[in-house]
Design a protein around this ligand. Sequence first.
Ligand SMILES: C[S@@+](CC[C@H](N)C(=O)[O-])C[C@H]1O[C@@H](n2cnc3c(N)ncnc32)[C@H](O)[C@@H]1O
Length: 220
Amino acid sequence: MIPKFRYVSNLELASRYRGIPGCVVECGVWRGGMSAGLAELMGHERDYFLFDSFEGLPPASEELDGNLAAAWQRPENLLNFRNCTASMNDADEAMRMSGARRYKLVKGWFKDTLPGFTPPNKIAILRLDGDWYESTMVCLDHLFPHLADNALVIVDDYYAWEGCTRAVNEFVSRSRNQGVVLRLKQFDNDVCYFERRTFPEWTPEVELSRDLQEARSGAR
Ligand SMILES: C[S@@+](CC[C@H](N)C(=O)[O-])C[C@H]1O[C@@H](n2cnc3c(N)ncnc32)[C@H](O)[C@@H]1O
């Protein structure tokens, strides 16, 4: 689903945050490939949480997500991966193959599963890949308070779907309510992210592992 070059960019960006302790959460995992890549990169001593309905995307709202999203979701569109429906077993298998030991798949709609979720420790990396407005906003609302200092938040669909863009813009513009000022950033001319930056003097790691350097040179 995610193109190879973007997969590698996501991992390269995440690798700069390996120094931040805490768990890794992905909301919208589909078959689990991105979470598995993160688990291999970020190490097996962390907890990984994978949230998904495993029933595909909820209906897009024409008002919040736009006509294109609604059209894309129609059943006759054979290019929508059956509305992004994946089996939980596939995600489980991907995580098992990554070597991760401490991971949990949480099945259900974000609006039902996130309110009762408290991670065992702060979240170092949060990856949002739920496409639509509501799917993005509910994650930001519930998970932002659990972010570690300087945590990385990757927003997969910021440049792809207007509902996601709208949710992030709204959330960031009211972030002073959370006691921080959030600034949207872009990595590799492609990946949208922000940090819950509390220490201005802190800088992410920049040294790339050999695996990632090789993947990067083969990805484009
Ligand atoms: C684009 S796919 C994720 C792709 C995956 N991150 C990857 O890199 O391969 C979007 C996923 O988000 C899930 N999803 C979207 N909105 C959701 C919601 N509100 N509750 C639960 N799952 C949701 C869908 O089931 C789907 O698996």
